[in-house]
Ligand binder design. Structure first.
Ligand code: SF4
Ligand code: SF4
Length: 317
């Protein structure tokens, strides 16, 4: 099975970026003797049309060179339906194109050892093609389906119909352009750190290597308020206009007063089932990073920040 190098171009005014992309195209086509496809920025490119068609024609593995972190870059391509192995490299993470090429060579990806150059960079047999399409800036979530557990919290949470279920009942990004530019809210509530916004300043939200977005107490409270779902730990349900508890103990899962009644047949603190984002051994109300013996109900500050977050979200509607 062959390997194709896809270079996602920045379309920047900075000539150094374009130069890096061009040098990478030559390095991969000459030294590794791989076909190279220069494409528009994969995140901003339209889903339909020539770009999508060209990607669909790729048969085999892909080395993806882009200006995005590797994890979101890979999942943008998978969202387009590409199935083969993908090695994603962030061009910006390397000092120069040679270093980026060396990272590929050392990876041993798809059993394609890089070879020494055998011909001049301007030799006529370089297999480098380019797709050029008009771009408009876009902003939408990218879902890492290897982490997603299909809990559907993002689907319930989003006010704008960005998410839908596919034919297999799995959550996917159906209407990306409904997403509100600058809003990363659903990435904050995903229990698995599966939702990324590749252009966000926060490294965890942008899916940077070694970073994972996990919901904090504020984000979880925002989820229960937004969706009006009963808290699986204390059973409390948010009611519109209800004032949040000030300065007293609150449920660490939903932020409601700790004394809220549990649903019938369920004792306070008991979850109706382990939530999808829980790791084995993690108790239902336990936040990521919280030790198993730690009580899920701890005093915390009143939710003034939460108020403004929710208000902001409602205003965007
Ligand atoms: S909230 Fe996260 S884990 Fe749950 S369905 Fe959405 S992407 Fe998947
Ligand atoms: S960021 Fe906001 S608008 Fe965009 S998909 Fe997530 S919840 Fe919906």
């Amino acid at each position: 099975m062959g390997t194709t190098v896809v270079i996602s171009c920045m379309n920047s005014d900075d000539p150094r970026m374009r130069m890096k992309e061009d040098v990478l195209a030559l390095l991969f086509s000459r030294r590794a003797k791989l076909p190279v496809l220069l494409v528009p920025h994969i995140y901003h490119a339209p889903e339909e049309g020539r770009f999508r068609q060209k990607l669909a024609e790729i048969d085999g593995h892909i080395v993806l060179l882009s200006w995005l972190n590797p994890r979101p870059a890979e999942w943008v391509l998978r969202w387009y339906g590409l199935q083969g192995q993908i090695l994603a490299l962030n061009i910006a993470a390397y000092e120069n194109p040679e270093a980026c090429f060396a990272a590929f060579a050392e990876s041993g990806f798809a059993s394609q050892p890089a070879e020494a150059p055998e011909c001049a960079p301007d030799a006529p047999d370089a297999d480098v093609r380019e797709i050029d399409v008009d771009l408009a800036d876009r902003w939408y979530p990218v879902v890492d389906r290897s982490r997603c557990v299909n809990c559907k919290q993002c689907l319930q949470f989003c006010l704008f119909g960005v998410y839908e279920l596919d034919v297999d009942g799995k959550v996917f990004v159906r209407n990306p352009d409904n997403c509100k530019p600058g809003c990363p809210a659903c990435s904050r509530i995903c229990p698995r750190g599966a939702i990324m916004f590749p252009l966000h300043d926060d490294l965890a939200i942008a899916g940077a290597p070694g970073k994972l977005m996990v919901p904090d107490a504020k984000a979880k409270a925002m989820f229960y308020e937004r969706t009006k779902r009963p808290c699986p730990v204390c059973g409390s349900v948010y009611k519109p206009g209800q004032k949040r508890a000030a300065g007293t103990a609150v449920c660490a899962e939903c932020g409601r007063p700790a004394s809220a009644p549990a649903p019938p047949g369920q004792s306070p603190g008991q979850s109706p089932g382990q939530s999808p984002g829980q790791s084995p051994g993690q108790s239902p109300g336990q936040s990521p990073g919280q030790s198993p013996g730690q009580s899920p109900q701890q005093p915390r500050k009143p939710g003034d920040d939460l108020d403004s977050l929710i208000d902001d979200l409602e205003r965007l509607r």
